[in-house]
Design a protein around this ligand. Structure first.
Ligand code: K7E
Ligand code: CUA
Length: 673
């Protein structure tokens, strides 16, 4: 041992802390009414040795104890994280930061059989762009469904920034049910967000272009290019958005960015940031200012304030035009009917976040060290009094900045996104400072915290370059507090080097205390893409199925599949050149175990997993035809293919389901025609 005396005594004092903690645990823990016998002296002794051996500090030990979820116990919260470029959603437990699932969304996902059955391919077809398969996405903002502004645990939505697509995931089985391509825009960003009762799923645009993907040269930018926000009507009982009842609102060709729905006192309204109100068109190659300069000249851009309820009434009354057969409320109508107002917002704005009671709108400008807080009552009063400082080039009334301003708080460099807790604190990510700021709300939130209103309390460094942050239920009407996760773009030195592409870093932070007390608890490497946003829901709100409700269940229809069969009903039918198979799977065999076809046949294959036991999933792999299914207990599915060559194929269960799993196999015999 080469420890210096002071290091050694530090270890010993930590060991003392842990021993006291464990002895206390031994006395306090009870299970089923009996004392837990920890044999505390021995356990503590072993722990002390581990602490010394690993050189852990008191903070390390606190973090370890705070995040450890013992085997057989569950996490308190579940995060739904954007999977970034993977086009998927990551499901992560908190505080353990264990990855529980990767939900296949925009991208095929072989383990879940996502994109390998007829039903799931049909869902993925909804995400085609101009008839083309797109096998990636840039997912940004997951949105859990809400009831009364609180997460209800029923659905999660997410957008694909690259292609202006949205997805609907049903949280009964954690599977994607619908993918929709926006018919009028190629890119989006301000989505997905939901209205407080999930009547609408909001998808705001990003890079302006002529609506409907028409051509116009950049000289015609101001005349022909447009922004948009699309309101997708959600049918909760069907579990689908209804494109036929949805509509878009035409906006000036500013680049709309993040959006948030008003709630409680601001319910019925929608707020979207924008940048590039300069309408820069780039041109670095022609010695014009590059976008990064051209789109950042002004000190203020416009917060878009949209009366979505009025817009929906107008759309329902047919006051829309159509672009690519999709209803669009024109800018002219939106202005004339009082649907759209602007409010100046500083500078290079990114985040817009509405406080839990809907009273304040928090705006962060990437190039302004302050957060700017507007009062909803002030905004409404300014609109009612027509307290406008002018109109933009398109005639949209601009609310007077000072009339709407509640306050500004200097937090640091590069503020982006804000979340809230249960004590009247707000948290804002600081990209350039690479920190998270805790600050106090005032007004309606006074008294929750002990510090003065509207003041910076503490900044905690994060590693590194934080984008979004999430606090437990931190964007709902009743945030929980306790935990916050920083979504860091760079990890630099936080993990073992795995080549030049470093993982992203989710850092779990303890926000349970008051005042300057935030503690870093855990680093989770994300090695699958760049997540943007995450929402964190109380685990007990999720009511996911452990097995499908009945044997023969079709997950896309969420109903019994007409082609499901029970054991004993399996059959193979030939009709001309079509061969149709109704198969069952159960530990440890498929029935039938031999299927005979001919080169040139078309094969329709239905399989039902008749298992009712938790976790008794069978795979179904058919090599050479790109088939791998996940037949979860009770699931029934269908796939089709043309027999292109003669040969012998083995189909087998690709999920280790039982001791005789290797024998869960069959022969597909394709004879020459
Ligand atoms: Cu990356 Cu919300 Cu798309 Cu900010 S966004 S970081
Ligand atoms: Cu069924 Cu392995």
């Amino acid at each position: 041992m080469k420890n210096s005396q002071s290091t050694r005594s530090r270890y010993l004092s930590i060991a003392g802390i842990v021993m006291v903690a464990l002895v206390a645990l031994a006395w306090s823990c009870k299970t089923g009414g009996g004392e837990v016998q920890l044999g505390s002296v021995d356990v503590a002794g072993d722990s002390n040795a581990v602490i010394q051996e690993r050189g852990l500090t008191p903070d390390d030990v606190y973090a370890a104890v705070k995040t450890f979820v013992p085997s057989g116990r569950y996490d308190d919260y579940v995060m739904f994280a954007s999977g970034g470029h993977s086009g998927q959603i990551l499901v992560i437990g908190v505080p353990s930061m264990r990855l529980l699932k990767v939900i296949g969304v925009f991208t095929p996902e072989p383990w879940q059989g996502w994109g390998y059955s007829d039903e799931t391919r049909a869902v993925l077809d909804g995400a085609k762009v101009e008839g083309r398969d797109i096998t990636w996405a840039d997912t940004h903002h997951p949105a859990l469904s809400e009831t009364g502004g609180d997460y209800d645990g029923e659905f999660v939505f997410i957008n694909d920034k690259a292609h202006a697509r949205i997805a609907v995931v049903d949280l009964r089985d954690f599977e994607t049910k619908q993918l929709v391509k926006n018919p009028i825009a190629l890119s989006d960003h301000g989505g997905t967000f939901v209205t407080p009762n999930t009547e609408w799923v909001i998808e705001g645009g990003q890079y302006a272009a002529p609506l409907g993907w028409k051509y116009a040269s950049l000289d015609k930018y101001a005349e022909e290019y447009r922004g948009m926000v699309t309101m997708w009507k959600f049918d909760r009982s069907a579990g689908r958005v209804v494109p036929g009842e949805s509509f878009a609102i035409e906006l000036p060709p500013y680049w709309q960015d993040l959006c948030d729905a008003g709630k409680a006192v601001s319910d019925g309204w929608l707020l979207c940031n924008s940048f590039n109100t300069e309408m820069a068109t780039g041109g670095i190659e022609d010695d014009k200012p590059p976008f990064e300069a051209g789109a950042s000249q002004r000190d203020m851009d416009y917060l878009h304030i949209i009366d979505w309820r009025k817009a929906a009434e107008l759309a329902a009354a047919g006051a829309t035009t159509t672009v690519n057969d999709f209803p669009v409320l024109t800018l002219e109508t939106a202005i004339a009917e009082g649907v759209l107002y602007f409010l100046p917002e500083p500078k290079s704005p990114h985040g817009i976040d509405v406080t839990p009671g809907g009273e304040y709108m928090v705006v962060s400008g990437k190039l302004d060290p302050h957060v700017t807080i507007f009062g909803w009552d002030k905004i409404q009063a300014a609109i009612a009094a027509e307290n406008f400082s002018g109109k933009d080039d398109y005639g949209v009334p601009i609310i007077d900045f000072d009339a709407a301003l509640e306050t500004q708080i200097e937090l640091g460099l590069g503020p982006l996104h804000t979340q809230f807790d249960d004590k009247g604190y707000a948290y804002t990510s600081l990209f350039l400072d690479t920190a998270v700021a805790r600050w106090t709300l005032g007004g309606a939130y006074a008294g929750g915290h002990d510090e003065a209103d509207w003041t910076l309390v503490e900044k905690i460094p994060v590693h590194y370059n934080v984008g979004h942050i999430v606090a437990a239920e931190g964007d709902t009407v009743s945030p929980d507090g306790g935990y916050l996760v920083a979504l860091n773009k760079w990890s630099v030195d936080r993990f073992l080097t795995v080549g030049p592409l470093h993982p992203q870093n989710f850092q779990l932070i303890d926000i349970s205390g008051k005042g300057p007390s935030m503690k870093l608890l855990y680093d989770m490497a994300i090695g699958i893409g760049e997540p943007h946003y995450v929402q964190m829901i109380k685990a007990d709100k999720l009511k996911a199925w452990e097995v499908y409700p009945e044997a023969g269940w079709n997950p896309i229809q969420q109903a019994l599949d007409p082609h499901a069969v029970a054991i004993g009903e399996e059959k193979v039918e030939r009709r001309g050149k079509t061969v149709e198979i109704w198969m069952t799977g159960v530990r440890s065999h498929f029935t039938p175990e031999k299927v005979e076809v001919k080169k040139g046949d078309h094969v329709i294959w239905h399989i039902t997993n008749v298992e009712r036991a938790k976790d008794a999933t069978h795979g179904f792999a058919l090599p050479a035809y790109n088939i791998n299914l996940s037949l979860e207990p009770g699931e029934s599915t269908t796939f089709e293919f043309d027999v292109e060559e003669s040969g012998v194929y083995t189909y087998y269960c690709s999920e280790f389901c039982s001791a005789l799993h290797l024998e869960m196999v069959g022969y597909l015999l394709a004879s020459p025609s």
